[in-house]
Design a protein around this ligand. Structure first.
Ligand SMILES: N[C@@H](CCC(=O)N[C@@H](CS)C(=O)NCC(=O)O)C(=O)O
Length: 216
């Protein structure tokens, strides 16, 4: 059985947004059972854990002795096992993979920059100076993404691992109105988030923190 490594505790703003959510969601969509191994923040840079996740981050998984890290790589591995996340024809698979890379490589970096500015550097002068340019960069990506979607329900006509990752990336803008300003994009994100597998994954991540003492 797959063991998923996740944090035992994170600050409130991160609850429901930690990247193991992507893996939980993919596993739920694929109908693959898993168990959790919750680690403390003090364990993340211990040699034992660095042998599992070289950067001391979550998520990571272990299955039959095989270790894997990076949420995108883990979701890709799950998607390759399940038609629920990826079509079986080679062209459809390639398109799904392209959207997975697009979510993580073309859209997520600017959104992660904004999270740094708004959460980790809140109140700092450099953050206030940098913010407008980062917002503009994100807005351009969102505009093009919304343009691509047009009247489509999903990025490629059916739900796939590309939509899964894109949705988790867009959720990181929930503290802004950048997605809400774009009704088609907001509807797309919400459509993906109404999937039962998402609700189950989110509930399971939130439950995993319950009753755990603050750390760090
Ligand atoms: N590119 C990595 C990023 C993983 C990542 O940033 N994980 C965060 C939680 S969402 C983490 O472990 N943060 C703690 C740290 O960086 O020390 C992935 O997608 O798996």
């Amino acid at each position: 059985m797959i063991t998923l490594y996740a944090f035992r505790w994170v600050p409130d703003f991160a609850k429901g947004y930690v990247r193991d959510l992507r893996v939980r969601w993919a596993l739920e969509e694929a109908g693959i059972p898993y168990r959790e191994r919750l680690i403390g923040l003090d364990e993340k840079t211990a040699p034992d854990y660095l042998a599992i996740q070289p950067f001391g981050q979550v998520p990571a998984i272990e299955e039959d002795g095989a270790l894997l890290f990076e949420s995108g790589a883990i979701v890709l591995g799950i998607a390759r096992r399940s038609e629920a996340l990826m079509p079986i024809d080679p062209a459809g698979r390639a398109r799904t993979e392209a959207w997975m890379f697009a979510a993580l490589n073309s859209v997520e970096p600017a959104i992660a920059n904004l999270a740094d500015i708004d959460i980790f550097a809140e109140g700092e002068a450099w953050a206030a100076a940098r913010r407008p340019a980062v917002v503009e960069m994100i807005d351009e990506k969102l505009s093009l993404l919304e343009g691509w979607l047009g009247d489509r329900d999903h990025l490629e006509g059916r739900f796939s691992a590309g939509d899964l990752l894109m949705t988790t990336v867009l959720r990181d803008l929930e503290h802004t109105d950048l997605v809400e300003r774009r009704p088609r994009l907001a509807a797309y994100r919400d459509r993906c988030m109404t999937r039962p597998a998402f609700a189950k994954a989110l509930a399971d991540q939130l439950r995993s923190f319950e009753g755990n003492e603050p750390e760090g």
